[in-house]
Design a binder for this molecule. Structure first.
Ligand code: GLU
Length: 258
């Protein structure tokens, strides 16, 4: 199986901004084991800006573009240094790929990216992908990594894209606020009502940043990839996922007939 796994800052870091060592160690261990079992893994990892801000000792969260880009430049090193050390323990080699929208959308750039990713997989390296936050300009900004993961999934023809999130999947309401909220385990079509339930584009916090995840799922489905949203607090869930067991919410690219 070829699988793209996306992890967000909420999985990689504590609310203090410091590294969540347990989560990161578990994630790297499970991904290494999944690779050892013969699967191909690509990791889309956020965390550069947050880690950079922490490393620079910035008291305030960086707000202006130059401060965010500077923090990302520092944090990306820290992120790769951490992944390199952790994956090396299990004999895996990481490769950093930083992208802007142009690399995915321009035909020549995309072909290049495709070839590089496939060569890395052939070499059994583990591509660790992020947006090129330190230089991306507004024109070529993707902005969030859920969509980036869906785009990467399309380029490599992934069997599955997994978004590890701070919630267990898509719920009928925000589970942080509503105890009656129920998990929706299968989605075969992203209907407008679903996007509305997630709070719409202007209310990203409506149900835990779910709107951008639904838009990413829409992109994944349109390029023929299934997507799963599951909790990143227990990276072990990836074992169930590669074994085809039900976990979190699965978006089926096959639509109604799958
Ligand atoms: N690329 C951003 C970073 O590494 C994260 C984007 C996102 O969280 O989706 O800080």
């Amino acid at each position: 199986m070829r699988i793209v796994v996306k992890v967000g800052t909420s999985t990689l870091a504590h609310s203090t901004g410091n590294l969540n060592i347990r989560h990161m160690e578990e994630l790297c261990k499970v991904l290494s084991d999944i690779k050892n079992a013969g699967h191909e893994v690509l990791l889309v990892s956020s965390g550069a800006t947050g880690m950079g801000a922490g490393k620079l000792g910035l008291v305030e969260k960086p707000e202006d573009i130059a401060a965010k880009q500077a923090a990302a430049a520092v944090g990306q090193c820290e992120l790769m240094y951490t992944y390199d050390r952790l994956f090396e323990q299990y004999g895996h080699c990481v490769a950093q790929i930083l992208l802007t929208r142009m690399d995915v959308e321009d035909e020549d750039h995309r072909a290049n990216l495709h070839n590089t990713l496939f060569r890395l997989l052939e070499y059994r390296a583990l591509p660790v992908i992020n947006e090129n936050d330190s230089v991306a300009t507004e024109e070529f900004f993707i902005g969030e990594n859920d969509t980036l993961a869906a785009m990467v999934g399309g380029i490599v023809g992934a069997d599955l894209i997994v978004l590890l999130s701070d919630i267990d999947g898509l719920f009928t309401a925000d589970p942080h606020l509503d105890p009656e909220a129920e998990l929706i385990s299968d989605v075969r079509e992203i209907k407008p009502e679903l996007l509305e339930m997630a709070g719409g584009p202007d209310n990203e916090l409506g149900s835990g940043g779910m709107y951008s995840k639904l838009k990413a799922a829409e992109t994944a489905m349109s390029v023929g990839c299934d997507m799963i949203i599951a909790s990143g607090s227990q990276p072990d869930i990836l074992y169930d996922i590669v074994e085809g067991k039900s976990a979190g919410t699965r978006f089926w690219a096959g639509g109604d007939n799958s």
